[in-house]
Design a protein around this ligand. Structure first.
Ligand code: TNX
Length: 592
């Protein structure tokens, strides 16, 4: 392979750039040789800055203690949470206690003091040194984000639910980190196929690992109504009794839903309930004849057609119904948002749609909540507190840009980038394809802050990954469509755009595989990514020519090629071992 000096220099400079503006020389220090991908180079979403402390490690050992900010219940909860994660696989006791003034040896601490102000309300600083690992933040949200990074600094088997052999070594480093957008969401459609509480909790745990802080639940659609509403009980007892394909459906009682809300909050995730209206309402129309303009209830539907149902815009009872539902939802919702749907209302005339939204948007505000709606709601004149959620496949929408010019912020879910229910390719066993196929690189390669015309970074509230469930009925189905694309979206929502780089992202993504395997996440093993095996040996033996031109190698990866063993000195792609020169990226360690 021809490798001119200029090309190699260019590549070296590219590496420095992709490590981000705040990268330091220490970041380029050799990483520990044992792991498949060095932990400091495998964090998703990539932190704002990572500075390695050369030659320093923090060992997690049987005598390690976890200390949290004295007298802070939220900080203690973060300590208890991470202790529970780490105890399972290490078997260590890991007691959690209030932090003393001076930390003893072998401490992990979560402190609400001393963080640089740049961490803001959701960020953190993590310093791992020989005898302590200290996370500092201004809020428990920030401490929790730091705890997620801490998990990723340990080998993937830390995620195992059974005791594994150590050693559990964390590289010495200083990490400074805070999010690009305050809103990082995922949406789960529990209407098309009902997903029970345990499945949603499992998803919440998965989301939390990637610093996602909102879970939007699509609670009602044509095929089912999934949340108990006391003033309209048949919505669930009848309207919740089926789902796509004709299965039994189901719904959350208020107690179950509250349990979910609280579980999410314990993972620093706020649930946003969505009732889709005025379209997507067949389950409600089937449950109550009086909600229909003709007074006749249609039958329940289990097909996947859209755009045929509408609330009756001219009837007063429609607004009694909506007010009741929003009032009861508000009582279940500690978070700031209610989602009112508003998409694909093809059975509602344009004039009726505007009449409806002009009556319903103020009802949301009257409940003390801010409205979110699919971006179709921007056909109405929105209050600045309302957020349109963009789900189109183009890059402009005049309603959305007008709303932004009036002070609204957009949630970015472009269907051809962010929809988790799209197939990866033609052979994906589940998923839809109306917005196209979305491979991992497609899911990653777009800039939410510069995507829609007239909508700059400041007009964006954040990124959300919707998972519609027409074809999704099991936890394994969720895993397969969400992973790895959810991690790509999480990085778009959290990490500064200056760090955006597919070639480093795919390496960091590949390093998640042992974690997902340990958690039994049935992810899609895209061929665009080289998935780490989780072993402590590097790929390649002399019996097996392990070098592949299609692969990205990070520093210290060892491969065999042409009868020699080679160690990557640098980040490299397409650089054939054995091509030497001033900028060569492979060190020859001799014949096999
Ligand atoms: C469009 S996106 C819909 C949903 C479907 C989805 C399937 C949106 C706001 N509406 O009703 O489930 O496509 O991808």
């Amino acid at each position: 392979m021809k490798t001119s000096r200029t090309r190699r220099l260019g590549r070296a400079l590219a590496v420095l750039t992709l490590l981000g503006a705040t990268a330091t020389a220490a970041q380029l220090a050799p990483a520990p040789a044992s792991a498949a991908t060095a932990p400091l180079q495998s964090i998703v979403p990539v932190p704002v800055s990572v500075t390695a402390a050369s030659g320093v490690t923090f060992p997690l050992v049987s005598t390690t203690k976890i200390y949290t900010q004295a007298a802070s219940a939220p900080a203690k909860a973060v300590g208890d949470y991470i202790a529970a994660v780490l105890r399972k696989s290490t078997g260590f006791a890991l007691p959690v206690a209030d932090a003393p003034a001076t930390l003893p040896a072998d401490s992990i601490a979560f402190l609400l003091s001393g963080a640089p102000s740049s961490v803001g309300a959701q960020g953190y600083q993590l310093v791992s040194a020989a005898s302590s690992l200290v996370v500092r933040a201004q809020t428990a949200d920030g401490l929790f984000a730091g705890a997620q990074t801490l998990r990723q600094l340990l080998p993937g088997k830390i995620e195992s639910s059974t005791v594994q052999a150590g050693p559990w070594t964390i590289p010495g480093a200083t990490i400074l980190d805070y999010p690009r957008f305050g809103y990082r969401g995922a949406m789960l459609d529990v209407a098309r196929h009902f997903h029970p509480v345990a499945t949603v909790k499992r998803y919440i745990d998965q989301l939390a690992q990637y610093k996602i802080n909102y879970l939007h639940l699509h609670l009602a659609d044509d095929q089912g109504w999934r949340i108990q509403i006391d003033s309209w009980p048949r919505l669930t007892t009848f309207g919740g009794s089926t789902q796509v394909g004709g299965g039994a459906g189901g719904y959350y009682t208020k107690a179950q839903y509250t349990d979910l809300v609280n579980y999410a909050l314990s993972r620093h995730i706020t649930i946003i309930p969505e009732i889709d209206m005025p379209g997507h309402v067949n389950a409600a129309l089937a449950s109550y004849a009086e909600l229909n303009c003709n007074g006749v209830a249609p039958g329940l539907r289990t097909d996947t057609a859209v755009g045929y149902s509408s609330l009756c815009i001219s009837k007063d009872i429609t607004y009694t119904f909506v007010a009741d539902v929003l009032r009861e939802l508000t009582a279940l919702t500690p978070g700031p948002y209610l989602h009112i749907g508003g998409d694909e209302a093809s059975a509602t005339s344009q004039a009726d749609y505007l009449t409806f939204m002009n009556k319903v948007l103020p009802l949301v505000t009257a409940n003390g909540k801010a409205a979110i709606g699919w971006h179709d709601i921007a056909k109405a004149t929105l209050p600045a507190s309302a957020s349109p959620q963009f789900w189109g496949t183009g890059t402009s929408d005049s309603g959305v840009s007008t709303a932004v010019s009036r002070g609204s912020k957009v949630i970015m879910s472009p269907a051809n980038k962010a929809y988790l229910d799209m197939k990866y390719n033609a052979s994906s066993p589940i998923g839809l394809s109306w917005a196209g196929f979305i491979e991992v690189q497609d899911a990653y390669n777009w800039n939410p802050g510069a995507y829609l015309s007239g909508v700059g970074e400041a007009g964006v509230r954040g990124v959300e990954s919707p998972l519609w469930t027409e074809t999704v009925s099991t936890p394994a189905n969720i895993d397969y469509l969400a992973f790895p694309r959810l991690a790509a979206h999480a990085e778009l929502g959290w990490s500064p755009w200056s760090t955006h780089d597919w070639n480093t992202f795919r390496v960091r993504l590949g390093a998640q595989a042992p974690r997902w395997d340990a958690q039994s996440i049935a992810f899609y093993r895209s061929t665009q990514v080289t998935w780490d095996t989780g072993g402590t040996t590097n790929p390649g033996t002399c019996a097996d020519q392990a070098w592949s031109s299609a692969q990205v190698y990070v520093k210290d990866n060892v491969v065999s090629h042409n009868g020699h063993k080679w160690t990557a000195k640098w980040w490299t792609q397409n650089e054939e071992p054995g091509t030497t020169g001033q900028w060569g990226v492979w060190a020859d360690s001799g014949a096999c």
